[in-house]
Design a protein around this ligand. Structure first.
Ligand code: LLP
Length: 431
C-alpha cells in the first residue's frame, strides 16, 4: 500500500487507520474525503524530530496550509509543534479561528492586498514573506499608519530549475513569485528592508517548486541562499537570522513515484547548510521548511460510488463516479497520476482497465485514464489514494455540485471535521 495508514482488512476491504472504507461510505455517503489523523501526526512528528536531530531544534517546520486548510488540520499540525503558513486572508482567518498563535503564522503570497496586510498586522502575524519591492513599500506604509514594525522576510527567486510539472515550478527566473537574485534586485530589497522604519527584516525565503522527487535541487537552493547571506554580511555588515527553504517534497501518488523519505532531504540539506555556514563564516540562521503536500497527501483517500459503466470496444471503459473535477481537479489541470482501487474488492486482482470519469458536463472531467482497478459493478466503492493535498483546497462548486464532507479517522474511530455542503449553501449568497 502507498501509505502506512492503509491496509486491506479481514473482509477484503480497504481500511484507513483501522476504519473500513466501505463502512465509512455507508455511514457518511459519497463522495467523501477521508483523512487519517494518525498519518498526519506521524509526518509532523518526523519533521519536528528531524529539526531536533539535524539543526538541534534551531528552527521549525511550517505547514503550508494551502495543501489542505481547515480548522482541525491547523489544530493538529500546531499541536505537533509546527507553525502554519497562509497565503490569503481566508487561510489566515481559518488559522486564527483554529486558535493558532498569530506569532506562529507566516503570511505568503505574490499579490497580497492592503486589507490582507492590515489584517495580518492587526492580528500580530509573526512573519510576512514579502514578494516584491512594491509590497515592501506597501507594508512600510500600512505598518507606519499603525505605528508598528512589521516582521518580514524576503522571498528570493534563487534561479533553480527543479524538475517537476511546469505549472508548479517557482524558483526559476521566469516566475511570478519572488525577488530576483541574479539582477541584483535581491540586494536592493535587503538594503531597503534594513532602511525602512516600519519593517523589521528577519530573513530570507525561497521555494523552488512542488512534488520534487530529487534531493539535489534543495541542496543547491540552500547553497545559493547562504551565499546571499554571506554577501549581505560582507556588503552590509548584517547577519540575517532566518532562512526559510520552502516546501516541495514529493509524495507517492503511484508505486512509480520514487519519493525520498523526508529525513533524507533533511540530512542532505542540513549537511550542506552546516558546511556552507562554516565555509562562509556565518552563524547558523534559524532554519524553516514549509512542506504542505508531504504533510497531508498520503493521509487522504477519496471515496466514491460507481454509477454508469460504458465499455466502448477497442476504445476505453468509462467508469463514472459521483464526484469529479469539482472535488479533485488535479487530473483535469495537470494530468496528475493517482492510484485507484475498489474499496469493497481490495483483495481482488486489478485486472480491468478503467477511465474514471466524473459527473461534470465536461469531457476533460476525468480522475484517471486507462488505470488498473478490480472489475467494477454499479454500487462499488471506488477509492482514490493520496488525495489529502490540493484536493479539498482546490475544490469548486462547478455545475453547482456540492463540496463533500471530510471525515478524520484515527485508531479505528471517525469524526466529521468539515460538513458536506447543502443546496441551501449553494444559494446562500445569491440575491
Ligand atoms: N511554500 C510556498 C511558498 C509555496 O508556494 C508552496 C506551494 C509550498 C510552500 C508548499 O509546497 P508543497 O510542500 O505542498 O509542495 N496545486 C498544485 C501545487 C501548488 C503548490 C503551490 N505552492 C498541485 O496540486 O500539485
Amino acid at each position: 500500500m502507498l501509505s502506512p495508514c492503509l491496509a486491506v482488512n479481514e473482509k477484503g476491504h480497504l481500511a484507513i487507520s483501522g476504519c473500513d472504507a466501505v463502512d465509512l461510505a455507508g455511514q457518511y455517503g459519497t463522495p467523501l474525503y477521508v483523512m487519517s489523523e494518525d498519518e498526519i501526526r506521524r509526518v509532523c512528528k518526523s519533521y519536528v524530530q528531524s529539526f531536533q536531530r539535524f539543526y538541534g531544534g534551531h528552527g521549525r517546520p511550517i505547514y503550508a496550509s494551502k495543501a489542505f486548510c481547515c480548522k482541525e488540520i491547523c489544530r493538529i499540525v500546531t499541536s505537533e509543534g509546527m507553525d502554519v503558513e497562509v497565503v490569503s486572508g481566508g487561510e489566515l482567518y481559518t488559522a486564527l479561528q483554529a486558535g493558532v498563535q498569530a506569532g506562529r503564522i507566516h503570511f505568503q503570497g505574490n499579490n497580497k492586498s492592503a486589507q490582507e496586510i492590515a489584517f495580518a498586522l492587526e492580528n500580530g502575524v509573526g512573519d510576512i514573506v514579502v514578494d516584491s519591492l512594491w509590497e515592501l513599500r506597501l507594508i512600510e506604509r500600512i505598518a507606519g499608519e499603525r505605528q508598528m514594525a512589521a516582521p518580514v522576510s524576503l522571498r528570493i527567486k534563487p534561479g533553480i530549475d527543479a524538475h517537476t510539472h511546469d505549472f508548479i515550478r517557482t524558483g526559476q527566473i521566469d516566475s511570478k513569485f519572488g525577488i530576483d537574485l541574479v539582477s541584483g534586485e535581491a540586494m536592493e530589497a535587503v538594503r531597503l528592508g534594513l532602511d525602512l522604519e516600519h519593517v523589521q527584516l528577519k530573513g530570507l525565503h525561497c521555494h523552488i517548486g512542488s512534488q520534487i522527487l530529487e534531493v539535489e535541487p534543495f541542496v543547491h537552493a540552500a547553497e545559493v541562499m547562504l551565499e546571499l547571506f554571506s554577501e549581505i554580511k560582507n556588503q552590509l555588515g548584517v547577519e540575517l537570522g532566518h532562512l526559510n527553504l520552502g516546501g516541495g517534497f514529493g509524495v507517492h501518488y503511484t508505486q512509480r513515484d520514487d519519493a525520498a523519505p523526508y529525513e533524507d532531504y533533511m540530512a542532505a540539506v542540513s549537511a550542506r547548510v552546516h558546511a556552507k555556514c562554516e565555509e562562509l563564516g556565518l552563524t547558523l540562521p534559524e532554519i524553516f521548511l514549509e512542506p504542505g503536500r508531504s504533510v497531508v497527501a498520503e493521509a487522504g483517500v477519496t471515496l466514491y460510488t460507481v454509477g454508469s459503466i460504458k465499455e466502448i470496444p477497442g476504445v476505453r471503459n468509462y467508469v463514472s463516479i459521483d464526484g469529479g473535477m469539482f472535488e479533485n481537479p488535479r487530473y483535469a489541470l495537470y494530468q496528475a497520476e493517482y492510484t485507484c482501487l475498489l474499496a469493497n474488492k481490495a483483495d481482488k486482482p486489478a485486472d480491468y482497465t478503467a477511465t474514471v470519469a466524473g459527473k461534470c458536463c465536461e469531457s476533460g472531467d476525468l480522475i484517471q485514464e486507462h488505470t488498473p482497478i478490480q472489475r467494477p459493478q454499479e454500487g462499488d466503492i471506488l477509492a482514490v489514494l493520496t488525495t489529502g493535498a490540493y484536493n479539498y483546497s482546490m475544490a469548486s462548486n462547478y455545475n453547482r455540485n456540492l463540496k463533500p464532507p471530510c471525515v478524520m479517522v484515527a485508531g479505528g474511530e471517525s469524526r466529521v471535521v468539515i460538513k458536506g455542503e447543502t443546496y441551501e449553501d449553494l444559494v446562500r449568497n445569491d440575491v
